[in-house]
Design a protein around this ligand. Structure first.
Ligand SMILES: [Zn+2]
Length: 291
């Protein structure tokens, strides 16, 4: 399978200019390195009717292209289930009956990072599991045998983060985000992951999971997010931030994005010759929506 990059939005609403900037960067990283480029719709959760179609339209408006048809995670459940079942068979998982509240309230073990799963259900006896299954459907968690994992990121260098017993399949049967992403990247031949740096701390646990599943770990580049004028992550409530809203107000979205990156050209192709990952700004980009 040929090497490829990807953009993988969740269809929870329209993309804002910060998301579009990340999409353009993912495209530039992929195409400038001779890679293919895929779009994947991460619709296992948080779906808004019609949002996926609008997102694809906005990416096209921005001048981006991709190889083949975008895949939807909801069409790929069998792949995720096969990966989870493989880990179950290897004895690398356990059933977890905890509610979110129980996990938050449990005393955290001294060697685990705050917010990490406290290990409550790790060593339940078969009889305990049997009786708890009557109350609720268990989630399937990875029985992680490391505490941290390290990845290399093109912008951030070596990044080490905690790996806890992450959820692979939720109690409602839906594959967990981290699992689906890793399985998809492996299955689709994605060897370059360019995405917002809010996901930087998820990269080590995903790389660990990839290792367990025998999937080659990708090159990572976590790019700076767009912020509002208060220094928070840019969001819909900040005003006109989507492609349509900005275009209606006479703003050239492509030029605004390329300007923020120090790139010149009026189409994505025209940026390819001068695109230099090493010259990318490392600081977040503050976007002020038009009045
Ligand atoms: Zn539990």
């Amino acid at each position: 399978m040929s090497a490829t990059g990807r953009f993988a939005p969740s269809p929870s609403g329209d993309l804002h200019i910060g998301n579009l900037r990340t999409a353009l960067l993912a495209w530039l990283f992929a195409r400038s390195s001779g890679r293919g480029f895929l779009v994947r719709i991460e619709d296992l959760d948080r779906v808004k009717e019609g949002a996926a179609e609008r997102q694809l339209e906005d990416l096209r408006e921005l001048g981006l292209d991709w190889d083949g048809q975008p895949v939807r995670q909801t069409d790929r459940r069998a792949l995720y289930d096969a990966a989870i079942d493989g880990l179950v068979t290897q004895g690398r998982t356990f059933e977890c009956f905890c509610t979110r509240r129980e996990i938050l309230e449990a005393p955290s073990a001294p060697h685990r990072p705050p917010g990490a799963y406290p290990g409550t259900c790790r060593d339940l006896t078969p009889a305990e599991r049997e009786s708890r299954r009557v109350e609720r459907n268990p989630a399937i968690r990875l029985r992680s045998d490391v505490e941290t994992w390290t990845v290399r990121d093109l912008l951030h260098g070596e990044v080490t983060a905690g790996v806890d017993d992450l959820v692979l399949r939720r109690g409602d049967g839906v594959p967990a985000y981290n699992l689906a992403v890793v399985v998809d990247d492996g299955d689709q031949g994605v060897d370059q992951v360019v995405r917002g740096d809010d996901l930087l701390t998820s990269a080590p646990r995903q790389a660990y999971l990839a290792e367990l599943l025998g999937i080659e770990k990708p090159l990572y580049a976590h790019v700076p997010l767009a912020l509002n004028t208060e220094g928070q992550r840019l969001a819909k409530r900040d005003g006109a931030v989507t492609y349509r809203e900005l275009t209606e107000r006479g703003i050239d979205v492509f030029a605004t994005i390329t300007g923020s990156l120090g790139l010149t050209g009026s189409t994505p192709e025209q940026l390819l010759d001068t695109f230099d990952p090493a010259a990318l700004p490392h600081a977040p980009w503050t976007f002020t929506p038009p009045a």
